[in-house]
Ligand binder design. Structure first.
Ligand code: MTE
Ligand code: MOS
Length: 791
């Protein structure tokens, strides 16, 4: 096993420990970016002037009246930008636009002594618009051929020929909605200029280095003049990968121009109407099966609704195309992907990053085709699993494909799948107006950034003379437990108890050129870097200890804060601190910068071929639902999950990620319904669901009544930090089991073999229409067949 993966005895990793900030979280003492505002003197607040057109030219901007409002200090416009007037890196996101691209876009920003002054100032700004025609829905974009970015295709074999010769061919359209991140902490930045002219931005960002770059280019500064710090985030979920940059830049610009600290914090309505969401998709497909239900070929076209600018739409689409296969071997395949350009918020990363959208297509296909093929959905799924030795459509061998079956079989047993399926049949036969269903779905999710260069990370580890340790790494904490895991990694690598290690906030002047904490790879990358730094220090300390102990440096052992020599008596034990002090006296460097790059990755984005992923994370979920035939209302009765996190670094954290990811996925698939004004009225393009009162999130009442999560055992991942696997995103996609259970329950209201089309999100209303369709088919069958009517 690689030294990266092998775990010493008594390691801190692998223990169930509480989140490093759990106590602060629950006592309200954890600091978030906006909490710093209260501690900062002379802070101005920035407030946006939001456009009330989906698409319009700005023909006049009059700030005079705003400046008369008491407390208004300045109005920031495009004319104030010393550098590049762009919030992104693709030059398609003007920070202060002359052409409004979506309803609610900020045209300019007002700085006020208080939030209320800034708000009143924003109301007083007069903007003249010339309305332009807009494209709001994906369907409109497709018919208007309104696309952006690169179209991509993943292809293997000859899907057309496979479909021509397939005995069973089906085709259909699959459409599903986006998702609001609804992180509890909205977008926020606090910018200050220090005495040296250095711009210091505290920002709720998953990607401090990119926030730094964009602040620098907006202000026409070099990167060394801008520092970005992130204490922690109150949730991010991908929504703070790109979206924070422009807000940070506005705050920094305001600070540069006024010489005062500037805080920008969106309220919930602003956040919902201004920031990007999960991409909704539209897909058309043709699929071919053998008589016994083996997938022979698939042709599909996926259209992602990218909103007004590219943002991360291209990589999101790329990941969608790389996950259309999910866990299934599709010998001949041709999947085209393209990005619609619409006058809506610029859709962005969201947990799974396109993976859920790709998988949605194949899971919808299997769910719809199973009844028509006369095969149980669970059977159809498992008989199409990848086998060891097979490769994905983009050419990556599916390593550990046998785990799909291991996970599936374990889950079938622990969830009592067969006997509960029978119980449900009996229940359904006895209940004409209430139906239950149990569905099981798999997940295979690729870990690493597709873009190979992003798979690098840095860390800075200090050992002080007293033996205490301070670590810094390039990743950000958004609640996912990355910092907890990094503390465990450092403690393990240095042979220390967890309490001996402290962690300092993420800052670009400590660790430069970092990648976003995203793609679930935060632990793999930063863990590799932290361990690398610790290994360097430990090896130097081993030399010192060898002298103290009178052994060869290779025979020095670090464990539990004690340093011993192989074969030496207990009397010769030194504490870690004693060795650190001795090292200092010998002028040995006690800190180190660590670096990690994931080995073996390559990816050709033009051909969509390569091995972009270090490994795959596997999992499966079995969900039982109960649906009411009169209303479509449903409950999730029980969920069982078996998920592969390799050897868990932190079981409590991992189980939390699995539960949270699953529930967030279930929210996307069943509740969260983004509605936009698609009319031709004056508020065309306006987001109608602007708050929690109209946008339903999962809450306690939607929790599964029974929720069993198990980690796959003996799952060591060679080549990853201490044998673990990433966990942040993959469990999100376990929630397809909820949607498939709802589909099966709806089908039970009809005759066997009825293929249910279920809208997404599968709200109670959508489920009602689906089961009504199934039922009406029953009535028709009964009417046509007197024998059935008698039964
Ligand atoms: N968990 C919490 N509590 N809050 C979050 O914002 N983001 C998710 C996931 N889990 C998120 C979370 C997303 S989108 C990703 S990519 C990963 O965490 C990022 O962190 P990691 O790479 O350290 O897993
Ligand atoms: Mo996660 S969507 O990769 O931030």
């Amino acid at each position: 096993m690689s030294t990266l993966s092998s775990r010493p005895a008594g390691a801190s990793v692998g223990r169930s420990v509480a989140h490093e900030s759990a106590v602060q979280h629950v006592t309200g003492t954890a600091m978030y970016t906006d909490d710093l505002t209260a501690q900062t003197v002379g802070v101005l607040t920035a407030w946006p002037v939001q456009a009330n057109h989906a698409h319009a030219r700005v023909i006049g901007l009059h700030a005079e009246k705003a400046l008369l409002v008491p407390g208004v200090v300045r109005v920031l416009t495009a004319a104030d930008v010393p550098g590049v007037n762009d919030a992104g890196i693709k030059n398609d996101e003007p920070l202060f636009p002359s052409e409004v691209m979506f309803f609610g876009q900020a045209v300019c920003w007002v700085l006020g002594e208080t939030a209320e002054a800034a708000r009143l100032g924003a109301v007083a700004v007069v903007v003249d618009y010339e309305a332009l025609p807009s494209v709001v829905t994906v369907a409109e974009a497709i018919s208007a051929e309104s696309f952006q970015g690169m179209a991509r295709t993943v292809q293997r074999g000859d899907a057309g020929a496979a479909l021509d010769s397939a005995p069973r061919v089906f085709e259909g359209v699959t459409e599903f909605g986006g998702q609001e991140h609804f992180y509890l902490e909205t977008q926020v930045a606090l910018a200050q200029i220090d005495d040296g002219g250095q711009v210091f931005v505290q920002c709720s960002t998953q990607h401090p280095s990119e926030t730094q770059e964009i602040v620098a280019h907006v202000l026409a500064l070099s990167s060394n003049a801008v520092t970005v710090q992130n204490l922690r985030m109150g949730g991010a979920f991908g929504g703070k990968e790109m979206q924070p940059h422009g807000f940070a830049a506005v705050a920094a610009l305001g600070s540069l121009l006024t010489g005062r600290p500037v805080r920008l914090r969106l309220n919930r309505t602003q956040d919902m109407t201004m920031t990007g969401k999960r991409h909704p998709f539209h897909a058309t497909w043709r699929v071919g099966f053998s008589e016994d239900g083996r997938i022979l070929g698939l042709q599909a076209t996926l259209t992602a609704d990218g909103g007004w600018s590219l943002d991360l739409s291209e990589p999101v689409l790329g990941r969608a195309l790389c996950h259309v296969d999910n866990a299934y071997w599709i010998p001949d395949i041709e999947v085209h992907g393209r990005i619609a350009k619409t006058n809506k918020t610029s859709q962005t990363a969201f947990r799974g990053f396109g993976g859920p959208q790709g998988m949605f297509v194949i899971e919808d296909i299997l769910g719809r085709c199973a009844p028509a093929l006369g095969v149980a959905a669970a059977q159809l799924r498992q008989q199409n699993f990848y086998s060891p030795g097979q490769a994905t459509p983009y050419g990556q061998p599916v390593r550990h494909a046998e785990r799909l079956r291991t996970v599936w079989d374990q889950l079938s047993t622990t969830s009592d799948f067969e006997s509960r399926t029978k119980t449900i049949e009996v229940f359904n036969a006895a209940h004409p107006h209430v139906k239950r269903a149990l569905a099981i779905t798999p997940v295979k999710f690729g870990i690493s950034f597709n873009f190979a260069a992003f798979n690098q990370a840095g860390a800075l580890v200090h050992v002080y003379k007293d033996g205490s340790v301070l670590i810094n790494h390039g990743g950000t904490e958004m609640g996912q437990g990355l910092h907890t895991k990094m503390l465990q990694v450092a403690a393990t690598a240095l042979g220390l108890p967890l309490e001996a290690v402290r962690l300092a906030p993420t800052r670009t002047d400590k660790v430069p050129n970092t990648s976003a904490t995203a793609a679930s790879s935060g632990t793999d990358l930063n863990g590799g870097a932290v361990k690398n730094a610790c290994d360097q220090i430990r090896s130097r300390m081993a030399d010192v200890a060898a002298g103290l102990l009178g052994v060869n440096a290779q025979d020095v052992r670090f464990a539990d804060g004690k340093v011993t020599g192989l074969g030496k008596p207990n009397s010769a034990i030194f504490s870690f601190g004693e060795v650190a002090a001795a090292a200092y006296m010998q002028r040995v460097q006690l800190w180190a910068a660590g670096f990690y790059r994931t080995a073996g990755l390559h990816w050709d984005p033009d051909r969509m071929q390569g091995e972009p992923f270090k490994y795959f994370a596997y999992g499966a979920a079995a969900t039982e639902v109960e649906v009411d035939g009169f209303t479509g209302a449903y409950t999730i009765r029980r969920v069982d999950i078996v998920h592969d996190v390799g050897d868990s670094l932190s079981p409590l954290i991992d189980i939390g990620q699995i539960e949270g990811g699953f529930v967030q996925g279930a929210g996307w698939l069943t509740l969260e319904d983004l509605r936009w004004d698609e009319s031709d009225g004056p508020s065309r393009g306006r987001l109608l669901t602007q708050s929690a009162s109209t946008y339903k999130l999962p809450s306690f009442s939607e929790m599964p009544q029974i929720f069993n999560v198990a980690l796959l055992e003996r799952a060591t991942e060679d080549g990853a930090i201490y044998g673990s696997k990433a966990v942040g995103e993959p469990p999100f996609m376990l929630s397809f089991s909820v949607r498939e259970a709802l589909r099966q329950a709806a089908a039970s209201f009809g005759a066997p073999g009825y293929s249910v089309e279920l809208a997404s999100p599968a709200t109670p209303e959508a489920v009602y229409w689906a089961l009504t369709a199934a039922r009406q088919d029953v009535e028709r069958t009964v009417a046509l067949d007197p024998a059935l009517a008698d039964a």
